[in-house]
Unconditional design. Structure first.
Length: 495
């Protein structure tokens, strides 16, 4: 603990964002470049060295947060990088994309703003690359065992890296033309520029991991054939089966899923398309769904040049402060948060009818109406109470030329044939069944990440990848020294 009084003398200071008017004209990350380093050591000083760090329990990776906070406060970046990478394969991803449940569990957060753990983590990850603290770590010897990992999101990449470093020969199969899963085509560049992903992929290639892109297991190669080629298979395909909105008018054109819209915008950034065929430019856009995917659509539509953008959230507007009775510390509370996209929408007044920023809270879609050509033109909604019962005399109509459904995901997509060809057992909620060792009903076939856990956070995805790697290593060799931070049955802290 470099400064015993740091949490009393230093106020919280977050990574500053670029001015709204500047950043909405490009697709670069929203934060001021290199603005963390001048402030981050003092922010790390705010860590209390509390003795019982609940931030550990709040993070499924088990990140050694007080240790690397202390090292950053002393500007020992190499040691901080070693401690961070001991539990997290991709801190530059989580430092940008994770909603930071660790900060909700910070002891300082009982009555003060939490330590900026996420910013410290990101600073360490970026500094590690700048200083060369993350060289490839190929194994000293090969085990002679082979593993196929299906899916290249954070779970698949973490599992592949751990297993490669343990000496196994690993091939990652990805249906898209580039590696990264939703980090590549789902997450907009203004949240995480893709060069962060590229350098990790190159690191993994140098360590010996093989990548097979544009290969859909179940179609381009049969699932049974793949299984016969490898000693073990890890299914980490994510939860990409999107939820639908069954209301009158859903059949109208111009009503699309968020994960149809976002990949096209990312492909424009990759140079595959000159412009998106689903661009929001000049359109009145309504986003149905109040989560992070909806916010990603919001920021993308603003940059597209939409005429207006409104986001509907079926839940009531939360308070700015934690409800200590319903969600006591150290659980992750549902409070009013202003993402970069919501800040942009608020300042640019993209939704004049919204309750706050671009959002209409406690709003439920009743139906859509369209024009003579069958294209959506209006969304009709009503306010609901906490039990989602319609409130009388609260009906409203919003102009809508493009409607984006961001209602979450129910489990892995089964249209590729992978699950059915293998005959995998499934849970009633649509996820893959597995036992306490991440194993499915087929010997040598394991399931991890959102495909088995259900839709979750990036830190849980990486933790799943690390844990399933330990299970596969044990299956192949009889024992494992790889860390297993979670079990398949662990869940976030709740009341």
């Amino acid at each position: 603990m470099a400064d015993p009084k740091g949490f009393m003398t230093t106020p919280r200071q977050d990574w500053p964002r670029r001015p709204v008017e500047e950043r909405v004209r490009d697709w670069d990350e929203v934060y001021v470049p290199r603005a963390l380093l001048p402030i981050i050591s003092k922010q790390a000083d705010r860590c209390m060295d509390c003795g019982i760090p609940f931030c550990h329990d709040a993070c499924p990776l088990g990140n050694l947060i007080p240790e690397w906070n202390d090292l950053v406060s002393r500007e020992d970046w190499r040691a901080a990088s070693d401690r961070l990478h001991a539990t997290n394969n991709f801190p530059e991803f989580t430092g940008r994309l994770c909603p930071a449940p660790c900060e909700a569990g910070c002891v300082l957060a009982i009555n003060q703003p939490a330590v900026t753990i996420k910013n410290v983590e990101c600073a360490i990850g970026d500094r590690a690359w700048e200083e060369g603290f993350t060289p490839p770590r190929p194994p000293d010897r090969l085990s002679g065992r082979t593993v196929a990992v299906i899916g290249s999101g954070p779970t698949g990449l973490a599992a592949a890296q751990q297993l490669t470093r343990a000496g196994h020969t690993v091939a990652v199969y990805e249906k898209d033309d580039r590696i990264g899963g939703l980090m590549r085509y789902g997450i907009p560049a203004f949240k995480m520029e893709k060069h962060h992903l590229e350098r990790r992929i190159e690191q993994m290639r140098a360590e010996g991991t093989k990548f097979r892109t544009s290969t859909t297991v179940g179609q381009d190669i049969g699932a049974a054939e793949l299984r016969s080629r490898y000693d073990a298979v890890v299914i980490a395909t994510g939860a990409t089966a999107w939820r639908e909105l069954s209301v009158p008018g859903r059949e109208l054109s111009g009503i699309r899923q968020a994960m149809e819209y976002l990949p096209l915008a990312n492909r424009v950034r990759e140079g595959d398309l000159e412009s998106s065929p689903m661009s929001a430019a000049g359109k009145h856009v309504v986003i149905v769904g109040g989560g992070d995917t909806g916010a990603d659509c919001l920021g993308t539509a603003v940059r597209d040049g939409a005429a207006s953008v409104t986001q509907l959230d079926i839940y009531a507007q939360p308070d700015a402060d934690r409800d200590e009775d319903a969600e006591p510390w150290p659980t992750y509370p549902k409070i009013y948060r202003l993402s970069a996209a919501h800040e942009e929408a608020r300042d640019l007044e993209t939704a004049p009818a919204a309750d706050a920023d671009a959002r209409l809270f406690a709003a439920s879609t009743l139906r859509f109406t369209g024009d003579a050509d069958g294209h959506v033109r209006s969304l009709h909604l009503v306010e609901v109470d906490a039990q989602r019962r319609r409130m009388p005399d609260t009906g409203r109509t919003l102009p809508a030329d493009l409607v984006l459904l961001a209602l979450g995901f129910s489990g892995p997509d089964r249209t590729d044939g992978l699950i059915d060809q293998l005959g995998l057992e499934m849970e009633p909620r649509g996820t893959i069944t597995r036992d306490a060792g991440f194993a499915t009903n087929l010997p040598g076939v394991f399931a991890a990440g959102d495909a088995a856990r259900g839709q979750s956070l990036i830190v849980w995805a990486i933790a799943e990848g690390r844990a399933v790697a330990a299970a596969v290593d044990r299956h192949l060799t009889g024992s494992s020294r790889l860390p297993a931070p979670i079990s398949p049955y662990d869940r976030p802290m709740t009341v």
